[in-house]
Design a protein around this ligand. Structure first.
Ligand SMILES: Cc1cc2nc3c(=O)[nH]c(=O)nc-3n(C[C@H](O)[C@H](O)[C@H](O)COP(=O)(O)OP(=O)(O)OC[C@H]3O[C@@H](n4cnc5c(N)ncnc54)[C@H](O)[C@@H]3O)c2cc1C
Length: 420
């Protein structure tokens, strides 16, 4: 294991190392925090005096073609899982960004590139290996501890150090995917068309619109509007994608258009997320059906002439399987919302923070009041991702598996019942 920053950060490279670190901390009553990439650090409490365990477990990602399952060590990024699964003609419910950590995404909901067809990504998890506060590794699945398995899937964190995760895959030979970009001056027509199409869009299509500028689009100096996503469905996929893209392309010729039929790994890269610095300031809301009024408000505060300093603002289309309860799913198993809004500032400057508040106010009429933990971008934002009953179930499991609160700092902030 490697120590750093005054011995308060430890990188563990095996489950045995994770056990040793937890034993060391527990013996000295030192609270333990856990992360993989640290991408979501702005949404978590600062570690303070805790020992931060960074998981970089050195095991290969394995694909079981017959059982349609993958096993990934904590530390694996989606790039590795998706490219390996694709060699077997398989896909996961992965995000649209290769550098996202597998464990952080799968424990916190996970709105995937195939979300409307396949549901929340955490529902696909069947087992975790977890080091508890007693420094022992346990396999957690439906037979060994069904309540903990449920809580680990969207329950708000603070259950131990996950060292590996097993989750389902699905067969996929080809997919229509990409991103098309236009000048921001076309945004009103494009977003209105996208919103109208989204009302009856096939669940095989998962798309989002993004207003991008600065470092988010290094190939142009001007802000752009982007329509990106993925459409499943084999031979019907191109026709379904054309139903959306044809009218959009008729508004104006895109500045750049990468939509095409491609292999199963392609949706991971389609949104062309820059591998930039960690996100430092951002916001997230789940929204009701936004209607044309919602589109107009979104663009009033983020479109041409809005003065927005935010390099990324996105509306992600939900519904389909994302809106359906999953009988074998986790504590957070579906989303009662039509769209997810996320936005990020380049730096934690006052202008970005102020503008995020402006956008939040503008979208508040459509705010359903809940969140997806994987998209939460600020530690001050109320989570609201679990109803009262499910929040109580998560708290019960936490009290059982971690009675002394060794991992209490990892509970998503502003979750009902979480430490202050
Ligand atoms: C470019 C980009 C694109 C994204 N796109 C999407 C998207 O399409 N859909 C979506 O839903 N989200 C998306 N996200 C958000 C992403 O899913 C979350 O930030 C997720 O938490 C990242 O996981 P991580 O392990 O990389 O982050 P980390 O910051 O390392 O982990 C986040 C939290 O997960 C928990 N955790 C991590 N590792 C462990 C472990 N080994 N044991 C126990 N707990 C652990 C901890 O509570 C930790 O604080 C995106 C993020 C980025 C940066």
């Amino acid at each position: 294991m490697r120590h750093g920053e005054a011995d308060r950060v430890v990188t563990v490279r095996s489950a045995r190392e994770a056990e040793a670190v937890v034993a060391h901390a527990a013996a000295r009553s030192i609270p333990v925090r856990v992360h993989t990439t640290g991408h979501a650090h702005a949404a978590q409490r600062p570690p303070g005096d805790a020992l931060l365990v960074r998981t970089a477990i050195q095991e290969p990602v394995t694909i079981d073609e017959d059982r349609l399952m993958a096993r990934a060590p904590a530390g694996a990024l989606w790039r590795e899982v998706v490219t390996k699964a694709a060699r077997h003609g398989l896909a996961a419910v992965h995000p649209a960004a290769p550098a996202v950590g597998v464990v952080g995404y799968l424990t916190r909901g996970g709105v995937g590139a195939h979300g409307r067809a396949r549901g929340l990504a955490s529902n696909t998890v069947s087992a975790f290996d977890v080091v508890g506060p007693d420094a022992l590794t346990r396999r957690v699945d439906a037979d060994t501890d069904a309540d903990l398995l449920d809580a680990l899937r969207g329950g708000g964190g603070g259950f131990g150090v996950v060292t590996a995760v097993e989750f389902g895959l699905f067969p996929l030979r080809s997919v229509v995917t990409g991103a098309a970009y236009w000048p921001l001056e076309n945004a009103h027509q494009l977003l209105t068309l996208w919103r109208d199409w989204a009302v009856d869009a096939p669940r095989q299509a998962t798309t989002s619109v993004r207003v991008l500028s600065g470092e988010a689009v290094p190939w142009t100096e001007d802000p752009v509007v982007c329509v990106t996503g993925a459409v499943l469905g084999g031979s019907s996929a191109m026709g379904d994608a054309e139903d959306l893209l044809g009218p959009l392309r008729a508004v104006a010729t895109p500045l750049r258009d990468t939509w095409r039929s491609d292999g199963p790994a392609a949706p991971l890269f389609a949104a062309e997320h820059p591998v930039g610095p960690a996100r430092t300031v951002g916001d997230h809301l789940l929204l009701d059906e936004i209607g044309r009024d919602g589109v107009a408000e979104f663009l009033r505060v983020l479109g041409e002439g809005s003065g927005s300093p935010l390099p990324v603002a996105e509306l992600h289309h939900l519904g389909g399987a994302l809106a359906e309860r999953a009988p074998a799913g986790g504590l957070l198993d579906h989303l009662d919302a039509g769209f997810a809004y996320t936005a990020f500032g380049a730096t934690a400057d006052a202008a970005s923070a102020e503008h995020l508040a402006v956008v939040r106010r503008a979208l508040s009429p459509w705010d359903v009041g809940t969140t997806v933990p994987s998209m939460v971008a600020s530690r001050t934002q109320p989570q609201g991702h679990l109803d009262r009953r499910r929040a109580a179930l998560a708290a019960e499991v936490r009290a059982r598996v971690d009675p002394d609160g060794v991992f209490a700092g990892d509970v998503a902030p502003v979750t009902p019942g979480s430490p202050g």
